[in-house]
Design a protein around this ligand. Structure first.
Ligand code: ATP
Ligand code: MG
Length: 417
């Protein structure tokens, strides 16, 4: 069937593995590889297979919606950067994660690890006067970083997906306001992805005391954070934590230590980049001034890895519905013709009703189908067998629950909506 809402497993580029791949250590890489979502090409370099790409795109689209909601305009910048842009800020030498390569005529290029040096000259073309401010530009793009350690699957790629938004302002007050809005938008993104995040004060603000990271508590995390016992969702990164620290938000001194994954990071850049690139605007009084900037990053592929680290059991992945590759996993059991026909029809009906459905139409033993369904982790499993058909029903099971229930076949499409 040609319908983007559904796919038959017999036709899907997906083969699950019983065993963990030998060259992976992290939970996310092991489960995503076994379930056939990703395929490793080299350390920190992965292909996204059909199921994996659907998850990644869902995460990206959540981010896209929330960035648009705070006025972000989507653009796409090159991944390949002539050296001159990076020399202007001194980062050609100082950014040690940059992949560098030679082009024709011995010309030097860097592969983009971040895009301040590229977006600032772009902004210069579209920001002329105060009337053009504020402005926010973002992209969702592949980034490259020559990471020393790439053993954490999607959590630390050498090639990975990043959403980077850059904001441009006439003054500090406007940046401060926008930064608050962006913080709220980030919380919305992560909540929609099913992740509880802590706003974490960290070093790295070139224009303010702190930058802010969004951290997800997980033993797989490489960061250590101190969670404020008073505040609902505030923490301090260990790197900056001074002796006898106070929470920058409430002034409290009680903390709980935890390992965490950094899924987002926002910075006030001030004039760090507008100065070297002379990004200026004409003020109302006719004078010129430097544009004030902020930057805001999220790693969609790292978010995907973090979701798997947190949502799994001994059988496999448990996707939150908002990012699951499909909402429903329909399993037809046995070779009975009537079972097959009913399942085929239900598959069509679900897809027509815009319910995303993965249909296991293969001839495999029930046990193998159940094990694969648990590994892949789709939120709702529907089973049709001779037994359920005898009661004009399908069996419904939520991935995170043990109980099953029988639902009349003519009720199930409406119920899944
Ligand atoms: P880390 O400290 O983990 O190396 P970073 O602080 O260097 O990350 P940023 O430059 O702040 O990362 O990048 C913005 C976001 O991009 C991060 O919050 C993270 O979600 C994502 N990200 C950064 N590096 C990687 C990577 N190697 N693989 C996957 N995602 C990454
Ligand atoms: Mg960071």
């Amino acid at each position: 069937m040609k319908n983007s809402n559904g796919v038959k497993q017999s036709q899907l580029a997906n083969k699950t593995l019983r065993e963990a791949p030998k060259d992976e250590e992290s939970v996310n890489a092991i489960l995503l590889t076994r379930a056939g979502f990703i395929d490793k090409l080299g350390a920190g370099i992965y292909s996204f297979l059909p199921l994996g790409l659907r998850v990644l795109r869902k995460i990206e689209n959540i981010i896209r919606q929330e960035m648009a909601a705070i006025g972000g305009q989507e653009i796409l910048m090159p991944a390949m950067h002539p050296k001159e842009y990076w020399e202007k800020t001194g980062r050609w030498e100082s950014l040690d994660v940059m992949f560098k390569l030679k082009g024709m005529g011995d010309k030097d290029y860097g592969l983009g690890s971040t895009h301040e040096e590229i977006v600032t000259p772009v902004a210069k073309k579209v920001i002329l006067s105060y009337k053009d401010l504020p402005m926010a530009l973002f992209q969702i793009q592949t980034k490259f970083r020559n990471e020393a350690r790439a053993k954490s699957g999607l959590l630390r790629g050498r090639e990975f997906s990043m959403k980077d938004l850059y904001s441009f302002h006439a003054d500090q007050k406007d940046l401060d306001q926008y930064y608050e809005q962006a913080t709220e938008a980030y919380f919305k993104v992560f909540t929609r992805c099913g992740l509880k995040t802590y706003l974490t004060a960290a070093s790295g603000g070139s224009f303010s005391k702190y930058s802010h990271e969004f951290q997800v508590v997980s033993p797989a995390g490489e960061d250590t954070i101190f969670i404020c016992s008073n505040c609902e969702n505030f923490a301090i990164n260990k790197e900056i934590k001074v002796e006898n620290p106070k929470c920058p938000q409430c002034g409290g001194m009680g903390f709980e230590e935890a390992k965490a994954i950094e899924v987002g990071n926002i910075f006030k850049l001030g004039t760090r980049f507008s100065e070297p690139f002379e990004l200026k605007f004409k003020k109302e009084d006719g004078q010129e001034d430097l544009v004030i900037m902020g930057c805001y990053g999220i790693g969609p592929s790292r978010v995907m890895g973090a979701i798997v680290e947190i949502n799994n059991d001994d059988k496999g992945i448990i996707w939150p519905e908002s990012v699951a590759p499909y909402k429903v996993h329909l399993l037809a059991l046995g070779d009975d013709k009537k079972v097959k026909k009913t399942a085929d029809e239900l598959y069509e009906k679900l897809a027509e009703a815009n319910i995303e459905v993965l249909y296991d139409d293969r001839s495999l033993p029930a046990g193998a189908k159940f094990a694969e369904a648990d590994l892949i982790g789709i939120p709702y499993r529907l089973v049709i067998s001779e037994k359920t058909l005898a009661k004009d029903s399908v069996e419904l099971k939520k991935r995170y629950k043990e109980e099953t229930e029988l639902i009349k076949i003519d009720k199930i499409v409406e119920m899944m909506k």
